[in-house]
Ligand binder design. Structure first.
Ligand code: ATP
Length: 287
């Protein structure tokens, strides 16, 4: 696999008056073409801050003191010495922020949000073109096109999250950074979102994903590689199965050890398949 992203020596500090918090402390990471990199660590370890720096959405009080990104061989310094080209945000790197599905305006239909997102990157884009692009994308991914006419409250939580994910990738970014995209979802919706992300990667809607979560079982399913963050630093990276089976850093061991597993007597219990409607015995009850 060829390298898609190289982030080097990123240092991000929250500053307020004389107080400073070094939330991302000289971190480097890479992402290969077609890869899902899981970024894990406990709450407050700096995952979202790193995600916002790499997606070029860092705002005061967060300041990037140092760091560089290289995407497709093009380098961008993040320390303020270089202006961020308009084309990078959203079309090279796109961020799906934590809680995005709850921050959509309740009075906007999904299609109006689509138009806003496309126009924010291309003011000359026509409304009809933006909606057509979204309609094509929904069809390609097997999502119901009627969701475009809905208001956010008319969509289920899972559908809302899939919708914001599709909207945040309408510009075909090279890299998607998804911050806790599955945290507020039930397991069925989590699976649907993960399947959709993998389908999007296969269809090359984006070329790589950084998947941020503290949910290790989810990362085990979705990521090829893991990077473990602790107090602003990446303490260990590795291929997901190897890292999960044989963690080297004490913090990784502690993090993996903190995942709740069922007690031995429940571990082997499997729910038996339910009979289909046709073969189910009739109860004689009518509903
Ligand atoms: N706007 C802010 N101002 C000051 N400090 C902040 C701000 N946002 C985050 N921090 C601090 O930066 C550190 C890293 O936070 P960050 O949100 O990046 O961690 P995280 O690993 O993503 O955690 P979570 O999973 O809870 O979102 C924490 O100590 C947090 O309190």
């Amino acid at each position: 696999m060829s390298q898609l992203l190289r982030a080097t020596d990123i240092h991000g500090v929250y500053r307020s008056g004389s107080a400073e918090l070094h939330a991302v402390d000289h971190v480097s990471l890479s992402l290969d073409e077609g890869e899902v990199l899981g970024l894990a660590g406990e709450s407050g370890s700096g995952k979202s801050t790193l995600g916002s720096i790499i997606s070029l959405t860092a705002r005061p009080p967060l300041y990037v003191d140092n760091g560089a990104l290289e995407v497709d061989g093009k380098e961008l310094m993040l320390d303020g010495s270089q202006r961020i080209p308009r084309t990078w945000r959203g079309s090279v790197v796109s961020m799906l922020p934590q809680g995005a599905m709850n921050s959509i305006s309740p009075t906007m239909r999904v299609r109006d949000l689509v138009v806003d997102v496309v126009k924010a990157h291309d003011r000359s884009a026509k409304r009809s073109e933006a909606i057509d692009r979204a309609r094509d994308r929904f069809e390609t991914l097997g999502l119901p096109v009627r969701a475009l006419d809905a208001y956010p409250h008319q969509l289920s939580g899972g559908m809302k999250q899939r919708t914001v994910t599709v909207i945040s990738t309408l510009l075909n970014p090279r890299i998607l950074i998804a911050d806790e995209p599955t945290s507020a979802l039930d397991v069925t919706s989590q699976k649907a979102l993960i399947d959709m992300l993998l389908d999007m990667l296969e269809k090359k809607i984006m070329s790589g994903v950084i998947f941020i979560t503290h949910d290790l079982p989810v990362l085990r399913t979705v990521s090829n590689r893991l990077a473990i963050m602790y107090r602003g630093k990446i303490v260990e990276t590795g291929d997901t199965p190897e890292l999960v089976d044989d963690p080297q850093h004490p913090y990784t061991r502690a993090l993996l050890g903190s995942v709740l597993v069922p007690e031995p007597k429940y571990r082997k219990i499997r729910i038996e398949g339910m009979k289909g409607f046709e073969d189910a015995p009739t109860t004689g009850r009518t509903t």
